[in-house]
Unconditional design. Structure first.
Length: 98
């Protein structure tokens, strides 16, 4: 007999982990991270294998979350990238000033 899994319980968000971004429950692996690897061409199997401590079902849950909320996830990822670019530019400017 197989055990049923509530797929809604595979993704969670808490303010104190991953900056409040959605993540695979019980891990520190964010949906954004899984999506990033997926966009690099990694298959769900490769993501699960390379990470090691997440299952294929968890990878698929993260990708399902992404596809269900793609616009919001893409907007957050773009904001994160813009902030990283800003911080890098500030760092370079401070290094050049010294």
């Amino acid at each position: 007999m197989s055990t049923l899994t509530d797929i809604g319980s595979l993704i969670t968000q808490t303010p104190d982990l991953c900056g409040g971004r959605p993540r695979i429950a019980g891990t520190g692996v964010s949906v954004h991270r899984v999506v990033g690897w997926y966009k690099l061409g990694w298959s769900p199997d490769e993501i699960a294998d390379r990470i090691g401590h997440i299952s294929l079902a968890q990878v698929h849950a993260a990708l399902t979350y992404y596809h269900a909320k793609q616009q919001a996830v893409e907007a957050q990822m773009a904001d994160d990238e813009a902030e990283a670019d800003r911080l890098e530019a500030d760092h370079r400017a401070s290094q050049a000033a010294n």
